[in-house]
Design a protein around this ligand. Structure first.
Ligand code: HEC
Ligand code: HEC
Length: 386
């Protein structure tokens, strides 16, 4: 009996094993099906989830369309009279390179999964920035910094908020390989472009040589070099057109250039000294971003970020390296307090004791800094989506 029982007791075991195995397979299949249909794995929805986490509206985002004027001016003296653009000798701007760079800029072929282009974060409708607080790249991944405007990058000498890259050519390949942005191996991009029906001929036309990483970077940089903004209200006022600014904006200009202290850092034609300063933006807050220090590890570089241009600033909210200030009013309040106190605060930062009228004048002045070419709408002719 005992022996029989044992044998009988032993018999169901394989069945149990088979059942468990089957159930396991079933569960795995269900999980796989659920995951493939799950919102978390589709890029756009992942972005929505992330945005909701950060208290922003969920957004589904197609790549912005190319709404620039059909013909782009490439002569810098027409675009920004009286200034010099930085242009390397081995990559002079030509119409063919600008046209190629322009097409690449709007083409998600540069991204790993074909969903994101340069224009996704540098949208012409927002002066080549975005309304997002921080950048959103492929698969909805969220970076830690705000996308800067690309207007007048031709006047810049170092790029990124921490000035870590010199030259637009060197800069152009960075977002391609950044896993949080376009997330693609530049060599893989070259292969995709070389296999494309039209790109090989366009590269040949522009450079007299085939698709390569160097030519890719040169084309994109050439396009960026024609994105100029000049002849705004303040420029016209400085050139003697005294009605170019409202009474309040004139007061704001005076404050900007005197006890508002703005001119000390937002100097020169492009309203930036192209230097780095610690103004205390989000000092000590998570996610911790120590700016220039993360490149150099020099203690006094803690919290230093590049002074941004203020041209077209009314079109590029939110503000600062992390998009932490929503409006120009918030920015003026920030400076009125003297920034945020910290051991490395730039000595040029001091409380301003502005009156409510002063603050309004400063904001009115900043709103007059929109350039003459309205790249997003204005003279720009609507182009058909490809
Ligand atoms: C996912 C969003 C995203 C994409 C896509 C993206 N960028 Fe950016 N871009 C940013 C952010 C964020 C910064 C600032 C990063 C930093 O400072 O660390 C930046 C900085 C820059 C700068 C420096 C500007 C300055 O004044 O310092 C240039 C130039 C630029 N991007 C060009 C491009 C080009 C060209 C492409 C396509 C090849 C591209 N970006 C794709 C988000 C993006
Ligand atoms: C000590 C140098 C300094 C002074 C003085 C200064 N700024 Fe700035 N400004 C900066 C730096 C650096 C940043 C970027 C800081 C960051 O993101 O961490 C900045 C950012 C800004 C921005 C955000 C631009 C953008 O695209 O995000 C605005 C607007 C601005 N400043 C306006 C002003 C005004 C108005 C004044 C005078 C009341 C002023 N600044 C005084 C250095 C300065």
């Amino acid at each position: 009996m005992k022996r029989e029982n044992r044998t009988r007791a032993a018999r169901p075991l394989p069945l149990v094993v088979r059942y468990v195995f089957f159930a396991g397979m079933l569960a795995a299949t269900i999980v796989a099906l659920w995951q493939s249909g799950s919102p978390a794995t589709s890029p756009a929805s992942a972005a929505s989830l992330f945005l909701q986490d950060r208290g922003q509206q969920p957004v589904l985002r197609p790549v912005p369309r190319d709404i620039l004027p059909a013909e782009l001016e490439i002569d810098w003296q027409q675009l920004f009279p009286g200034t010099m653009r930085n242009e390397p000798e081995d990559n002079p701007v030509t119409l063919a390179k600008v046209a190629l760079g322009r097409r690449l800029f709007f083409d998600p072929i540069l991204s790993d999964d074909g969903t994101v282009a340069c224009a996704s974060c540098h949208d012409p409708r927002h002066a080549f920035a975005t309304p997002d607080r921080v950048a959103i790249g492929i698969r909805g991944q969220v970076g830690k910094r705000n996308s800067p405007s690309l207007l007048n990058v031709a006047l810049g000498s170092s790029f990124f908020w921490d000035a870590r890259t010199e030259g637009l050519e060197a800069q152009a390949l960075e977002p391609i390989s950044n896993p949080l942005e376009l997330g693609s191996d530049p060599d893989a991009v070259v292969m995709r472009l070389a296999a494309h029906a039209e790109y090989p001929a366009l590269f040949q036309d522009a450079f007299g040589s085939p698709v390569s990483k160097e030519n890719l970077a040169r084309a994109i940089a050439s396009f960026e070099r024609v994105l100029a903004s000049s002849n705004n209200g303040a420029d016209r006022f400085h050139n003697g057109e005294i009605t170019a600014l409202s009474v309040s904006a004139k007061q704001g200009l005076w404050l900007f250039e005197s006890r508002g202290r703005c001119w000390m850092c937002h100097s020169d034609d492009n309203l930036t000294d192209n230097q780095l300063h610690n103004t205390g933006v989000s000092w000590g807050e998570e996610p911790l971003d120590l700016g220039r220090f993360e490149q150099t590890e020099i203690p006094t570089d803690r919290g230093r970020f590049k002074t941004p241009s203020l041209r077209d600033v009314a079109r590029t909210a939110p503000y600062m390296h992390d998009g932490s200030l929503a409006t120009l009013e918030d920015v003026v309040e920030f400076y009125d307090r003297g920034g945020v106190k910290n051991p490395y605060l730039d000595e040029l930062m001091q409380p301003l004791n502005l009156s409510e009228d002063d603050k309004r004048h400063l904001v009115d002045f900043l709103r007059e800094l929109n350039g003459q070419i309205d790249w997003g709408t204005g003279a720009a002719k609507e182009r058909q989506p490809r």
